[in-house]
Design a protein around this ligand. Sequence first.
Ligand SMILES: Cc1cc2nc3c(=O)[nH]c(=O)nc-3n(C[C@H](O)[C@H](O)[C@H](O)COP(=O)(O)OP(=O)(O)OC[C@H]3O[C@@H](n4cnc5c(N)ncnc54)[C@H](O)[C@@H]3O)c2cc1C
Length: 384
Amino acid sequence: MGALFDIAIVGAGPAGSFAAELLARAGARVALFDGRPHGEPKPCGGGVTSKALRAWPHLLNAPARTVTRVEMISPSGKRLSLRLQEPFAIYSRRALDDYLRLRAERAGAETFQLRASDFTRDGKAWTVRAKSGAAVRAEFLVAADGANSSFARRLAGRIANADMEVAFGYRGPLTREPETVIAFLPGWTGYAWAFPRLDHICFGIATSQECFDHGALDDHLRRFIAAYYGSRAAAKGSVEERTPLVRYAARIPGLSAETLDRRQTAGNGWALLGDAAGFADPVTGEGIYYALRSAELLAQSLTQDAASYEQRWREDFGRELRRAAQMRRRFYGSFLGAPFSERMIELARAHRGVRRTLRELIAGDQGYVDLKPTLLRRFFWPAD
Ligand SMILES: Cc1cc2nc3c(=O)[nH]c(=O)nc-3n(C[C@H](O)[C@H](O)[C@H](O)COP(=O)(O)OP(=O)(O)OC[C@H]3O[C@@H](n4cnc5c(N)ncnc54)[C@H](O)[C@@H]3O)c2cc1C
C-alpha cells in the first residue's frame, strides 16, 4: 500500500472533482476515485444556472451551449417565451465532468480510475479498496459517489425511496435552431424538458418516485419529443430513421424537510457531498449547484477550521432546500383552483413583475424562502 493521503474522495462528479481541486490547491494530498463507467455519461439534463456560472465563471471554459431564451409550457398547454437576463449553460456531462476532473489533477490531486468497492478504518486512517485489490489509505474520507452512494449509506444511513425523485429521458439529434423547453406535466408532479447541448438534445422527465408510472410518463415524453421535432426540421432528416433516441434513467435526491433536518452529512473523519449527501432541489431536481457549493463549503471547513461543514451548509443553502421541500407539493398542486405552474405561467404572460420573478427563479437568484412575498410585491409594484 502506498503513502498516506490526507483525503480520499470517492466519486469524480462535480462534487468530488471540485472538492479535490480546492483541497489540493490548499496543499492537501488528495486521492480521487473516478469510477465513471467508460462511454456512458451520468444521466443528467446538464443545465447550470446563471447563479452558478457567476459563482464559478471557470465553468464556462468547459464546452457548453449557452441559452438566453426558454419556452415554458403550462400543464394546459399555454406557452410563454421567456428571455433571460443572463445566460444559463447546458453541458454534456461527459464534457463537464472531464473538465472538472482535469482541473483537480492540475491542482495536484492524484486520480485513480477505479470504482471503490469497500472501506475500513483502523486507528486514524481509512483504507479504501477497489475490486482489483488496489487500496488507498487516507486520514479523511469523502463520499461524493452520487444519488445511489453506497459509501454514504454505510456512513450515514440510506435515503428512503420516498425522499427520491426519478428522472428518465432520451438523447436525440440536434435541430437547426434548437429551443430550450420546460413543460409542466398535466396532472403530474414534475416537468419535461428539452435541453439542447452542443451536439445533441437531452429530453427528459423528472417526477417523484411515489407517483412514478413509467408507461404513462413515457407516452407523455414521446409525444413531447414528437411535437418538438414536428415543429422543427431535424438537422439530418427524420429522427427515428437516422438517429434512434438513446434512453437513460436515474434517481435524484429530493429530501423532505424532516429528512433534511435529521440527515447527518459529516462525522469524525468523514463527510458527504452533493447527491450522496442528499443535496438537490426537490422542486426542480437541480443538483449541480449544490454539488459544487457543498464541495466549496467542505474545503473551507477543512482548511479554515472555523465552522463545521454541517453548520456551513445548513446556514448557506439548507434553509432553501428545506423550504423547497415544503413547497414542492404546493408548487405542483393547486393554487387559486389550478396547478401553481399553470397560474404562474398564465400570470407571467400578462404581467411583467411576475415574469421577472420567473426569470430570476430560472436563473437561481430567486429562492423559495421569499418567493411568495416577492411574487405579491412584484404583482402590485412591477418596477420594484
Ligand atoms: C435525469 C437527470 C437530469 C438532471 N438534470 C439536472 C440539471 O439539468 N441540472 C442540475 O443542476 N442537476 C440535474 N440533475 C441532478 C444532477 O445530475 C446531480 O445533482 C449532480 O450530478 C450531483 O453531482 P455529484 O457530484 O454529487 O454526483 P454525480 O454527478 O452522480 O457523480 C458521482 C460520481 O461518482 C461515481 N461513482 C459512483 N460510485 C462510485 C464508486 N464506488 N467509486 C468511484 N466512483 C463512483 C459516479 O460514476 C459519478 O461519476 C439531474 C439528474 C438526473 C438523474
